[in-house]
Design a binder for this molecule. Structure first.
Ligand SMILES: [Zn+2]
Length: 250
């Protein structure tokens, strides 16, 4: 779903904007509000905009976009303009700031996660090489933002919209005619053996696109399978993990 534009959610016009330079953009930094917030996501976004303009004296809302628990996304500065929320000029030039409208004790809803992936896809259409997805704390010292829980989701690749490149057609083969891996599989690997792994993980509750690419979501699914099955949790599909999946498949 497309982001709701500032005129639609009632932002005031920015006092000033500065565009990103393609050569310095590295990716997205995910933030949270830091205090529990509930209610209408448009109203929460308007109150952040007011706070940033009036109390902080900034040009406009400092986030490039905000995402509500209801799955609605709001364009703040937009993805063409530099962020103002990352805590340093350098980080504001390198990472767009995406704020999840949650605080301590509030877990992102599925709708929020899907809307975040959609927003990151939109960002990547502008900056296809800027693939980093990090937490605010990864680009600024001494901040808890976006909290430990969301930070773990980021590291597990939950917000990554996927790595299928334009023009690639994901395989939709419904049954496993894929070869059983006879080597260690890890992030970045590609091929039919990875498709086998994805197919088996889906039988254990994962919801992976069977595209033969060992991306962050595939790694996160391996981690979940390992921790559910008493295996060493390392995100690598080695002998023990593959044997366990074969055993479960028999
Ligand atoms: Zn933050």
């Amino acid at each position: 779903m497309a982001l709701i534009t500032p005129d639609k959610w009632g932002a005031l016009p920015p006092r000033k904007t500065r565009p990103f330079h393609k050569s310095s953009v590295k990716g997205i930094a995910i933030h949270w509000v830091g205090v529990q917030v509930n209610g209408d996501s448009a109203e929460i976004t308007r109150s952040i905009d007011r706070y940033h303009r009036e109390t902080k004296g900034w040009w406009q809302i400092a986030y490039n976009a905000t995402i509500g628990q209801d799955g609605r996304g709001y364009e703040g500065r937009g993805f063409r303009n530099r962020s103002g929320a990352n805590g340093s000029g350098r980080a504001n030039r390198s990472h767009a700031a995406l704020c999840l409208l949650v605080g301590p004790g509030q877990k992102p809803t599925d709708e929020m996660i899907h809307a975040t992936r959609d927003a990151i896809s939109a960002f990547r259409r502008l900056f296809p090489a800027a693939l980093e997805i990090v937490g605010h704390r990864d680009v600024k010292k001494r901040t808890e933002c976006p909290g430990d829980y969301i930070h773990t989701l980021i590291r597990d690749g939950v917000f990554d919209p996927g790595e299928t490149m334009p023009g690639e057609t994901p395989s939709t083969t419904p049954t496993s005619g894929y070869p059983v891996p006879n080597r260690l599989l890890k992030r970045g690997d590609r091929g039919d053996e990875v498709a086998w792994l994805q197919y088996q993980l889906n039988k254990h509750g994962a919801n992976l696109k069977i595209d033969g690419i060992y991306g962050p979501l595939c790694r996160a699914a391996v981690i979940r399978y390992q921790s559910n099955n008493g295996l060493v949790v390392d995100g690598l599909a080695g002998n023990k993990t593959i044997s366990s999946l074969i055993g479960a498949a028999l």
